[in-house]
Design a protein around this ligand. Structure first.
Ligand code: ATP
Length: 801
């Protein structure tokens, strides 16, 4: 297959990761790989230069799996400079002048994971909308022999791709009639294979949860909001922030949720009341009366009221200034939202989606529809492209018809949950909503090591408690604090700024309740605890197990109890993602990017980076995929002498094949518990010794830096979503227990909230045990182990078979 990839429409972070993955996966599958510069414009213009400069590239290897280091020889073509630097003429004779459809090799896309935007350029192309333009595009593709196309762009770009595919047989027939292509070309190119990937910062495509670039844009917005927060508090100001999103409020909603904003305006859910100004002012007034010193209002570009009248940031500012007398400023974030380095999600998922796109193309037949590669919760999915485009357009139509309920129903469940989450945590009800007898005293504890999102979860629980009329009780310092009576009621205002706080505001430690189970039960009774939420990692899970098993002796434990997984190691069984693991992945990638820069500044250098993670290789594996590490060592696969021999050979060959005169920094990631014998120090010395004149080696241990820092927006949003589900769980079971004459819980009232594929499921803590490796404090099989092979494939690390 001759496979081309292009990026189209507005640029977004993660597009480069797509191109890199498509090129690499294509080569590994034996395809010839091409890129089209400047989106459809490049296809329409084609190659003006006559001579076929790409002929210097050798034919692609027919291998699928990398078996030995000699394979690298076949991958070598390209050197990364041609496209990265734009128009440079390279000593090899390759040039981009007059060429829009360019054959590329393995090393052409080296280092692309960390680059924002799209290195192959993007454009909006008017002529591609016309039949003549599409005919020219088809002709240029056939001229180069291309028979498969990956398009990464928004719904417009994907529509364009589908139009091209559906017209293709007709166009090819016309070209044959006009004598522009030969009979042989006509026969060879009767069918075009197309796959779409959604690159768009707005997250506006239906039937996929996350579009490529949306998470990074959210990172940029939250960074800005975190900065604005401190100045807003200092001056007691109000800020109205305008964010992108003409037809979709995802960015505004998630930004509002993750930053703890007071009010948001999004196209899908206009304010309920008319005039909305009263509703907004009343809410903000209540917050100010409680003692809040800052006000944050987020306005999506496409925000409207119920009559579809636009709501503009400047007008919101005037309302706040005039009606409430607040010193109000407007900040329009504009194109800063598009830029910058892709976050972890925009490196990892686009890579996996790019690999899936190549698979889909190889499996495509004239009968199969064109697919869009999407995401459903945490699963990569294939959706018929036009179904997704039609569903996306249905949202726009519903909005035009003022059918907001329909527009919401067409958004994914996470969007709906997030909106409910925002309302539940941003408001302030004078009286709780539940009748007195249904109200609970809810204890919140942080257990184990700190993880990003613990404080955000505590804030969400506290705010929800106030809305319903429950009493949120903070237990400081885990079970030791409980035994010391470090227990207090959290106020609505105390938690106001906790969304963006790293670490653990409640304090946390690893002591388990069996330190004195009887005394723990007595404290539950003394503080009249009706429901418990423990936020933490493996220790929190173990604590829940101990408390459940203690129920036979202690009636105080006959209350609903939950564990909300929060750990940077992501080692809680069953659940695919814990709070904190996205934050630590981002911290790891940031550190690796800097280390890599330093590694290649003076000479060829391999850095062995040690990560935390205990006996769980999640962080190391996903980190390696996200930073393009050449080697990853995890506890699940361990380290053997054969492996090291293989890796030394691989590194030597890799450096031998590099372009002379360029320094290359490479990263090896080693999880701290991968081996007792082959330590980080030992590996570093070994690579240094074996590297000889080819490369040097150094080590860096990231240690606790991965636990700290500002929680990522994804961890904050996930914290709110899961916390509110924990509260619903407590309320449901509390209600059942309340009606019993003798309070007697069943085992399912002590459960862990887990993310499994596209669903959030409760698993009774007793059932979790069969999926746990209690000795090594991790799950029995982590889903990331299945993508380990892809991590190696993306860098052509030979497998030991
Ligand atoms: P974004 O979400 O960033 O706006 P987009 O892909 O939706 O991205 P558009 O400007 O709508 O951006 O489309 C990009 C390009 O795709 C257009 O410039 C045009 O070349 C092509 N295109 C869009 N719609 C069609 C169509 N109906 N037929 C043919 N080509 C189209």
């Amino acid at each position: 297959m001759k496979l081309a990839v292009l990026t189209s429409g507005g640029d977004s972070a993660g597009m480069n990761a797509v191109v890199r993955a498509v090129v690499k996966a294509g080569i590994l599958q034996g395809c010839e790989t091409w890129v089209v510069r400047e989106g459809y414009e490049g296809l329409v213009r084609g190659n003006q230069a006559d001579e076929h400069q790409d002929a210097i590239l050798p034919p692609p290897p027919p291998e699928v799996r990398v078996k030995d280091v000699n394979f690298l020889k076949n991958l070598r073509f390209g050197d990364g400079a041609l496209l990265k630097d734009g128009t440079g003429d390279l000593p090899s004779g390759r040039t981009l002048k007059g060429r829009y459809i360019v054959r590329v090799g393995w090393d052409d896309v080296r280092g692309w994971l960390t680059e924002g935007g799209t290195l192959i350029g993007t454009a909006r192309c008017k002529s591609f909308r016309t039949p003549e333009g599409r005919t020219a595009a088809a002709y240029n593709m056939i001229k180069e022999g291309i028979d498969a196309l990956v398009v990464c762009g928004g719904d417009g770009s994907l529509t364009g791709a589908d139009v091209l595919r559906s017209e293709w047989p007709k166009i090819v027939g016309t070209l044959r009639e006009q004598g522009k292509i030969s009979e042989e070309q006509y026969k060879l190119h009767g069918h075009l294979k197309i796959v779409g990937l959604v690159g768009s910062i707005d997250n506006d495509m239906s039937m996929t949860d996350l579009t490529i670039g949306a998470p990074t844009a959210l990172h940029r917005i939250c960074e800005a909001l975190d900065n604005i927060n401190s100045t807003a508090i200092s001056h007691s100001r109000a800020f109205v922030i305008e964010v992108m999103g003409r037809h979709c409020g995802w960015l505004a909603l998630l930004a509002g949720l993750s930053s703890g904003a007071d009010f948001i305006f999004i196209p899908e859910s206009p304010p309920e009341t008319n005039p909305w100004e009263d509703e907004m002012c009343a809410k903000i007034q209540r917050h100010r009366h409680m003692g809040k010193r800052k006000t944050i209002v987020i306005v999506a570009e496409g925000a409207v009221d119920k009559e579809l009248q636009p709501i503009r940031a400047e007008y919101v500012k005037d309302v706040l200034s005039e009606r409430l007398g607040l010193d109000t400023r407007v900040t329009t974030l504009g194109h800063t939202q598009r830029g910058g380095k892709p976050c972890a999600l925009d490196r990892i998922w686009p890579t996996l989606q790019g690999i899936e796109a190549v698979k889909a193309l190889l499996e495509a037949t004239p009968q199969t529809p064109s697919y869009m590669i999407g995401m459903c919760e945490n699963k990569i999915t294939r959706i018929p492209l036009m179904e997704a485009v039609a569903a996306t357009q249905a949202v726009a139509t519903a909005l035009q018809q003022k059918d907001f309920a329909k527009a919401m129903s067409l958004r994914d469940p996470e969007f709906v949950d997030s909106l409910e989450g925002f309302f539940a945590t941003s408001g302030l009800d004078k009286e709780g909503r539940l009748p007195k007898e249904q109200r609970m005293r809810v204890a919140i504890m942080h257990i184990g090591a700190p993880a990003g999102g613990m404080n955000a979860a505590t804030r969400a629980i506290t705010r929800y408690c106030y809305r319903q009329g429950h009493t949120p009780i903070a237990v400081q310092n885990g079970f030791l604090g409980l035994l010391d009576d470090s227990v207090y009621e959290l106020s609505w205002l105390t938690v106001d700024n906790w969304m963006a706080r790293g670490g653990s505001e409640l304090g946390t430690n690893r002591t388990l309740p069996d330190v004195d189970l009887g005394a723990v039960a007595a404290k539950f009774q003394q503080h009249r605890i009706d429901g418990l939420i423990m936020i933490g990692g493996f220790e929190a899970f173990t604590s829940l197990l101990i408390l459940e098993q203690g129920r036979k002796h202690y009636p105080a434990f006959h209350i609903p109890m939950t564990h909300l997984p929060a750990t940077i190691s992501n080692n809680v069984p069953v659940t695919q993602f814990s709070l904190g693991c996205d934050t630590s992945l981002n911290a790891l990638l940031e550190a690796c990017d800097s280390i890599k820069q330093s590694a290649q500044a003076s000479r060829n250098r391999v850095f062995v980076v040690e990560t935390q993670g205990g006996k769980c290789g999640f962080l190391a594996t996903l980190g390696a995929l996200g930073c393009g590490a050449v080697i990853v060592y995890t506890p699940e696969t361990g380290i053997s002498l054969d492996m090291l021999r293989n890796d030394v050979k691989f590194l030597k060959r890799r450096y031998e094949l590099d372009v002379k005169g360029h320094n290359e920094g490479r990263i090896v990631i080693r999880n701290e518990a991968s081996s007792h014998i082959y330590t980080t120090d030992m590996l570093t010395k070994m690579f240094k010794e074996e590297g000889g004149k080819l490369f040097d080696s150094r080590s860096a241990s990231l240690g606790h830096t991965l636990q700290g820092g500002i929680p990522s927006p994804m961890d904050r949003a996930r914290a709110v979503r899961l916390s509110l589900k924990c509260m619903a769980f407590l309320e449901e079971h509390h209600e059942v227990l309340r009606k019993q004459t003798k309070r007697q819980t069943t085992p399912n009232t002590a459960a862990v909230i887990t993310i499994q594929g596209s669903a959030i499921k409760w698993v009774p803590v007793n059932d979790m045990v069969e999926h746990a490796d209690m000795k090594n404090r991790t799950g029995i099989h982590g889903w990331w182990q299945d993508i380990r092979e892809l991590v190696d494939a993306m860098v052509a690390r030979p497998q030991i078979v």
